[in-house]
Design a protein around this ligand. Structure first.
Ligand code: ASP
Ligand code: MG
Length: 411
């Protein structure tokens, strides 16, 4: 018997019929003898609908009231699910975040969880009840309702699993797991049976939007095994085990590379002929940061003749703003020239196997070279190699690398 926290996303509770399906799934896990805590999102589209109404009144509605409003979406689904469970003869109780006491800071619309009181949940479980908790929300010290940021129900699920020391946190969604890359780009992409927290973080931050990044960080920190699976697969769990996100184990089938991640919306800026002197990097990137522009990759050349070049990437939406700032900076520091490319993408190979294997980079570069794909920038971390390419090469690069690392073949 295990204690399992199951989180159901918006599409999984998107209609009353879907909620009844969730109830049936919970019944099957109960019948197998497990204790179940369920965390739900609002019905799909509901949070947007609610926030849209507020914006219709005032685009600058206060964050406190936005939280009060948005938190109602989850209150609907917890009650409906509890009712659906009770109809099936399963005792169940629903709780809002504030009732459980998911205590957060007071940063409305992006609050962080500080502490969870598990007493009430434990008492219910002991009495044989299924506990249904509203995702996405908590309460601050003064009793104000807070929310955890968009997609925050994932974090609610993981945080509850951590606080309850659950055996597993299952995230039910509309895809059946984490894939080696986006199947819309490479139809041969495969579902991964397992992936490590670190790899998942790299994949998630690079645009594989299966899970809220914070929930993965949280799960890694508290070592909560996390499983992504589909609530639309009706068959037995054994046939649809999803993807387990966990720590590296000895004997875990050693894939060299777990996936190919990519980021479409990048842009690249270069400042040339900058005096090669202490403080120049700061004088260039300081004003960019002050303009609230996030910088991703940064490359500075080895200086020659007392000057150097620097290139960095930003989100494409920030491109023209960054260019304006950089042109100003160029005058200030006496740089020769400013240049940019608005249509670039980042493609990365991710895998913990890189730590112990040489030659991943050369395999990657050889594959791209064979296709005549020019690389603008390269950056590496312990478990990731990223290249910046022209946007037109994105699909080709992803497919080429997917094949080069044998990701289309069953492990
Ligand atoms: N309902 C919230 C949202 O749409 C939280 C969630 O679904 O995770 O962002
Ligand atoms: Mg979600």
């Amino acid at each position: 018997m295990a204690l399992i926290v199951q989180k159901y996303g918006g599409t999984s509770v998107g209609t009353v019929e879907r909620i009844e399906k969730v109830a049936e799934r919970v019944m099957r896990w109960r019948a197998a003898g497990h204790d179940i805590v369920v965390v739900t999102s609002a019905m799909s589209g509901e949070t947007n609908r609610l926030l849209g109404m507020a914006k219709g009144i005032d685009a600058n509605a206060t964050p406190r009231e936005l939280d009060m409003l948005a938190a109602t979406g989850e209150q609907v689904t917890i009650a409906l699910l509890a009712i659906a469970l009770q109809k099936r003869g399963q005792e169940a109780r629903s709780y809002t975040g504030g009732q459980v006491r998911i205590l957060t800071d007071d940063a409305h619309t992006k609050a962080r969880i500080r502490e969870i009181d598990t007493q009430r949940i434990r008492d219910d479980l002991r009495a044989g009840r299924v506990v249904v908790v509203a995702g996405f929300q908590g309460v601050d010290d003064d009793g104000n309702i807070t929310t955890l940021g968009r997609g925050g129900s994932d974090t609610s699920g993981v945080a509850l699993a951590a606080a309850l020391k659950a055996d597993e946190c299952q995230i039910y969604t509309d895809v059946d797991g984490v894939y080696t890359t986006d199947p819309r780009v490479e139809p041969k992409a495969r579902r991964l049976d397992k992936i490590t927290f670190e790899e998942m973080l790299e994949m998630a931050s690079l645009g594989s939007k299966v899970l809220q990044i914070r929930s993965v960080e949280f799960a890694g920190k508290y070592n909560v095994p996390l499983r992504v699976l589909s609530s639309f697969d009706e068959g037995a769990f054994e046939d649809h085990p999803g993807t387990l996100i966990t720590y590296e184990e000895n004997g875990m089938e050693e894939a060299l590379i777990s996936g190919i991640a990519f980021n479409r919306d990048e842009a690249q800026l270069t400042i040339k002929g900058v005096p090669d002197a202490p403080g120049v990097a700061y004088r260039i990137l300081g004003p960019i940061a002050d303009a609230n522009i996030e910088v991703d990759m940064i490359v500075q050349n080895i200086g020659a003749d007392g000057t150097t070049d620097m290139t960095f990437t930003v989100h494409r939406n920030d491109y023209s703003k960054a260019m304006d700032v950089l042109e100003g900076v160029a005058k200030d520091v006496g740089a020769r020239q400013v240049a940019g490319l608005a249509n670039i993408v980042k493609v990365s190979v991710v895998g913990v196997g890189m730590r112990s294997h040489a030659g991943i980079a050369s395999t990657m570069f050889a594959a791209l070279a064979r296709e005549g794909i020019n690389i603008h920038m390269i950056s590496t971390s312990e478990i990731k190699i990223s290249v910046v390419l022209d946007e037109k090469y994105l699909e080709l690069a992803v497919r080429t690398l997917h094949e080069a690392f044998g990701l289309d073949k069953a492990a």
